[in-house]
Design a protein around this ligand. Structure first.
Ligand code: GLC
Length: 767
């Protein structure tokens, strides 16, 4: 894009519109810390799927014309706009945060034709510079100290520097490796952390887009796309948490989930009959392994037709669900977007009649294939299609389903990718696959969320494989078809960390791995990561070995039980983390760098993570290892298992036999815990255990019915726990809006346990 010289500018309704020799550039300060940079290349206005509603806070800003540039100033940021729509950002102290790169781009690779042939002969990928220039391209200068985080579910390590990625939702069945450019999700948002500052950039372009985080050249990084608008947000803030707060202010936050969804889930693509499912459920209860949720994969349907029930193998519709519900289980069913082409099948016929499916440029309904064979694709960009899809959720709700799992929504297609010109709708306009591909899963999840909200009245539980920025408002996500490989367990940590930094707080991996065969040791280690994953689900593929906890001998069963019980114990803590998330966007599963960004050691720390700010987990993710090298950041930490006190800003070696995931709790913490349970709702949760770790600290805990929206209108209790270094703990009810108060607190500290009944009056306890 060539803009040329700046000609003139005007300020209209909070937007600085700048006329260049060729093209218009717009700078919009939405808040003091969020600035939108836009050029109407494809459409006159934004057509965002991620940013809903008007986020501009109507702040005051100044615009000054200088000889070389236009200076736009908010309370926190100064933006200088030069010719060619080059933009530089400064903080309020005048420090340069981020500048556009002015030099030439240089593709660093050279290979003569002769050798290219040789590479071709053996079938190697040919390096190309075909991605060298995009119509829309933003190149940012590197200062040299940048680390990059975010970008959604990309493979590889925590820090994305020196790697390049693409945003194009992809279902690739091969084992995911660090060399993959794209997986199922497109979240074109990243955080740049420098020694002296931090900022975020959200490139809101739904087309196939490209991110090169200084792989091409150390002097710059870039992002770009071939189509769409130049449309990105520069997001400033003092700290990484502040950047995430701002990004999720823009694109939305994960709302408080139902409590049961934070329990344990079992799934398998391979429960082929109701007897299989009943057998698994019964075994969990017999073995007293806590569990809430069982997922029904595609086999429960009649011939893989969505919104049907396969009576032959799964009996009377809904009976299985009712029976399991009586035993405390919650059932989630899978729903794929592909609708089977079949005369007489009502979902297909109704969709055809109403024109709800994507079309060919010639106007016929576009057909590809998924599980049911020939299938058509709901046009989720059309609000009427979404409303119809939402209405279809009623069928599931009436069967007693408590959550819906949206799969294959990249969308996947077994007969080659959908051509770019397949006709989709973008709200009130005609669009195509190239523009709508990356938001297909997002819009499907949104329709599902709205349907569940309407018919179930409880907080919708949706799980998706594909998504876009902003999907966190509607859905949780899992990382798709990983495999039972140590490499994938290793990758799970940075992948979930980066998803969390990208706004997707409620995420998980298939515990044990989806494809390939899990080993006893791998399952035992994976459950130790699963225990702290916001979505904790064991899932595996047809054809792989069964993966339920009891199939690998006594020791592995015991490890599974231990960590699943620990998860239930920590439920109130995790639930509080989600309260916090709805307020500030911070994910429960966090890289250490989120809270210790000045500590160089944690910038590339892949093998540990924080579960909230107070618990640090350092699981073993290598076969055969029984020790773990753990880094503790500054401060004092307590070993969760032994109570031993450790000084931070130091490495230590921790014994980690098969049943030990090294865990540390920060000084001055209160960790609220529940008494043992088999599932949420088994008994009244009227006792709260408080694990107290010496130091000064304050903790805010929330209690409510864990299901509906009453909490949004004050229907919750809020407790404040304050620990003082003098050895006292104060418990105070600071908000009362939910009828069931805790009856009892059990305070545990240094191996001592004391019980206190509670009537609503403040308590002061000597530890
Ligand atoms: C896809 C999903 C997987 C599911 C399978 C069958 O591969 O990613 O989770 O089990 O389809 O529905």
């Amino acid at each position: 894009m060539i803009f040329g010289k700046r000609k003139a500018y005007k300020v209209e309704e909070g937007i600085v519109r700048i006329q260049f020799a060729s093209g218009e550039g717009r700078v919009t300060p939405l808040t003091d810390e969020i600035i939108n940079i836009f050029s109407p290349i494809e459409t006159i206005e934004h057509r965002s799927k991620a940013v809903e509603g008007n986020k501009a806070k109507g702040i005051a800003f100044s615009v000054k014309e200088k000889p070389d540039y236009l200076e736009i100033q908010t309370k926190r940021l100064t933006v200088r706009v030069y010719d060619e729509f080059k933009v530089d950002f400064y903080d309020e102290k005048g420090m340069l945060l981020c500048a556009d790169y002015r030099g030439e781009r240089q593709f660093g690779r050279q290979i003569s034709d002769k050798f290219i042939k040789l590479l071709e002969v053996e079938g190697h990928e040919i390096p190309t510079d075909s991605n060298f220039n995009y119509d829309i391209q933003v190149v940012k200068q590197m200062e040299g100290d940048e680390a990059f985080y975010g970008l959604g579910d990309k493979t590889g390590f925590l820090n994305k520097r020196h790697y390049d990625y693409e945003m194009w939702n992809s279902d690739i069945p091969a084992a995911h490796t660090d060399a993959f450019k794209a997986l199922y999700k497109s979240i074109p948002f990243f955080i740049t952390l420098r020694k002296e500052c931090v900022y975020g950039i959200f490139f809101d372009n739904t087309y196939h887009s490209y991110f090169d985080m200084s792989k091409e050249n150390e002097r710059y990084y870039y992002f770009g796309a071939r189509k769409g608008n130049l449309d990105y947000y520069f997001i400033a803030g003092e700290t990484m948490p502040r950047i995430i707060k701002n990004y999720t202010f823009l694109t939305g936050r994960t709302p408080l989930p139902q409590l049961f969804t934070l329990g344990y889930h079992q799934s398998r693509w391979g429960y082929e009959t109701e007897a299989d499912v009943r057998g698994v459920a019964a075994k969990y209860r017999d073995l007293e392994i806590p569990i809430d949720t069982i997922h029904l994969d595609i086999d429960y349907m009649d011939g893989y037709k969505v919104f049907t029930w396969g009576e032959e193998d799964f009996g009377e519709p809904g009976k299985l669900i009712k029976d399991l519900t009586r035993d405390g289980f919650k059932i989630v069913t899978i729903i794929d977007p592909g609708v089977k082409v079949e005369e007489g099948y009502s979902v297909y016929e109704e969709g055809m009649r109403q024109g709800y499916f994507a079309k060919t440029p010639e106007g016929d309904t576009y057909v590809n294939a998924v599980w049911p064979g020939d299938a058509v694709y709901p046009d989720f960009g059309n609000p009427d299609t979404r409303a119809w899809w939402a209405k279809n959720q009623k069928y599931l709700v009436e069967l007693g389903v408590r959550g819906v799992w949206n799969d294959m929504n990249e969308p996947a297609s077994f007969r080659g990718e959908l051509p770019e010109d397949v006709v989709f709708t973008d709200e009130d306009e005609k669009s195509n696959h190239a523009a709508m591909h990356n938001v297909y899963g997002h819009l499907m999840a949104k329709a599902t969320y709205e349907g569940l909200k309407k018919y179930d009245n409880r907080r919708p539980f949706v799980i998706t494989r594909a998504c876009y920025s902003g999907s966190q408002k509607y859905t949780t996500a899992w990382t798709g078809d990983n495999q039972s490989l140590w490499e994938h367990l290793r990758m799970a940590i940075p992948q979930m960390c980066n998803l969390g930094l990208s706004g997707m707080a409620f995420v998980g991996t298939d515990v044990g791995g989806f494809g390939a065969d899990v080993t006893p040791e791998l399952l035992a280690r994976w459950v130790q990561v699963g225990c702290f994953s916001p979505l904790f689900r064991n899932h595996s593929s047809k054809g792989s070995v069964n993966q339920e906890p009891w199939l690998f001998g006594e020791e592995v069963l015991e490890v599974n039980r231990k960590y699943i019980k620990l998860r239930y114990r920590l439920l109130p803590y995790l639930y509080d983390l989600f309260w916090e998330c709805e307020k500030n966007g911070l994910p429960p599963f966090r890289p250490l760098v989120l809270h210790y960004e000045k500590d160089e050691t944690v910038k590339n720390l892949n093998g540990e993570f924080l579960f909230g700010e107070r618990i640090l987990a350092a699981p073993v993710v290598e076969q055969g290892m029984s020790q773990k090298l753990v880094y503790l950041p500054k401060g004092t930490w307590y070993d969760y298992w032994t109570g031993e006190k450790k000084k931070g800003a130091a490495w230590l070696m921790r014994e980690a036999p098969l049943d030990v995931c090294p865990l540390y709790v920060k000084e001055g913490s209160v960790i609220p815990c529940y008494e043992p349970m088999q599932y949420v709702g088994e008994h009244e949760m009227d006792t709260l255990i408080l694990d107290v770790y010496s130091g000064n600290g304050r903790y805010v805990h929330h209690q409510d019915n864990g299901e509906d929206f009453a909490y949004q209108n004050g229907g919750y209790n809020e407790y404040e726990f304050v620990i003082l270094a003098d050895g006292t703990l104060k418990i105070e009810l600071v908000h009362q809006g939910y009828e069931k108060l805790y009856q009892k607190f059990i305070v545990r500290h240094n191996g001592k346990s004391q019980g206190f009944s509670f009537t609503g009056k403040p308590l002061t306890i000597w530890l």
